[in-house]
Design a protein around this ligand. Sequence first.
Ligand code: NA7
Length: 544
Amino acid sequence: MSSADNQVLDVFVVGAGFAGLYMLHRARKAGFSAQVVEAGPDVGGVWFWNGYPGARCDVESMQYSYGFDDELQQEWSWSEKFATRDEIMRYVNYVADRLDLRSGVKVNTRVTAAHYSDVDGLWDVATSSGESYRCRYLIMATGALSSTRIPPIPGLETFKGEVLHTGNWPRDRQIDFAGKRVAVIGTGSSGIQVITAVAPEAERLTVFQRTANYSVPMRNRPMTPEYERQWKDRYPELRHEARYNTTAGTIYELSDRSALEATPEEREAEFERRWQIGSPNFLRAFKDISLDEEANEFAAEFVRRKIRETVKDPETAAKLIPTSHPIGSKRICVDNHYFEVFNRDNVGLVSIKEEPIVEITQNGIRTSAAEYPLDAIVFATGYDAITGPLNAIDIRGREGRLLKDEWRDGPSAYLGLMASGFPNMFIVTGPGSPSVLVNVINAIEQHVEFIGDCLTWLRDNDLDTIEPDPEAQEKWADHVDEVANATLMVRGNSWYMGANIEGKPVRFMPYAGGIGPYAKKCQEIVQDGYKGFVVSHHSQAATA
Ligand code: NA7
């Protein structure tokens, strides 16, 4: 690789989503030279790509936003309790302009390789446009959900109609489903949203469901000045509370009561109350829903009954009722009248467990029981999550070690932030971080602040190289496993575990201990002089 202009950057950031943009801001404020490159044509990360109809965030807008700058959070106003993807895009663009971040972002540039040099302790980064960069610190802000996945169904390439993926929605043209026969494959969070939005528009919508999913009502509503004020008056205090004293990174109404101690009437009343309020808050009706099978089953059964009550055709209702996994073990979906969609005459449901897809033909989808003529197929089949975007890049650390090889049997990163043998490379939402299980913006801010402070500390202490001690990394991975195994989440066969990708090692990747305990742990590590990290001048190692 050759350096375009021989400049060595202090900080090179891959990705201009929420993480990359804040990293740029933080690095600049600390006086580091910094550059971001972004594969897409604009900022926004996962939200940029997820332009499908119905795309909306399931964390409240007052909380799903940056908290690092009080002026910024006071200035911005959200129009709804739960923001649409388009409003989030307006927000992220506003932030980019307001903080003058665009000048540091090079778009339409995909990083293809990043190699660490044992000689000078720098990273050489190559991009798709043929440019190369040299940097001291490499920050992978590539996102957990940026490698979309279309399952290898035979015949897909022969289909004459439109093939779409929710996570890579066309940006150059409007997709019009009016008068079209549409299939949606997948019923996760994206599938449920796109199905609800497309059903009234399409001539015919056929939903291909592999695993029936739990979903609770969102009960979205326009923002009121009073609600906004409640937050804005106490924003700094509430953001601090969400960071350090919650597990979800979102302020929810919690319960200190066990579902097993409540009477059936009390349980029913509490579930119903939460159902009427809406949001993932439902799962916090009792403290043991995600930990205890019996408690979980009470919540699951409540949702199943709601599905039966909503869906008029009992056969369709039976297919929609989830039985294979505990509620919350896959990410709970939050909907705007999803189950009602199946009462429409133009919507059909195919359970591919009963009626597997055999092939895609020129004209549609053929299952073991029937052929479905189609004009468009929407894949809402998710992502090669967390490790996918990193493994897609040729990342080589000390002595040419390939990250993908190091993670062959399952990924491991100390605090989810750094992998041993890859000095000065930070991962913002890596395996072992709580980010994807919590309000991800909150986690991103915590991670970026940890990284930014760490770089300043290294500079102040005349050090320039940091990486995890392998033993500390292993201990953290064991802790991640231990915490996950104490929950019911390991029973979900989800993307959290890599179970959605054929051949991917199955290991529960996120840290299930929550952002509060995680952030406190990080503070202790910093107070202990970055315990568990090895720091040095690149030629001279010293253990912290
Ligand atoms: P998810 O949550 O991974 O959902 C993917 C869906 O696609 C899910 O219903 C899968 O069924 C289904 N799927 C996956 N592969 C297939 C095949 N081969 N055939 C049929 N159906 C399949 O992705 P989303 O985009 O919805 O959500 C990702 C995150 O974005 C979400 O958690 C939120 O954090 C926001 P399965 O359950 O695996 O049987």
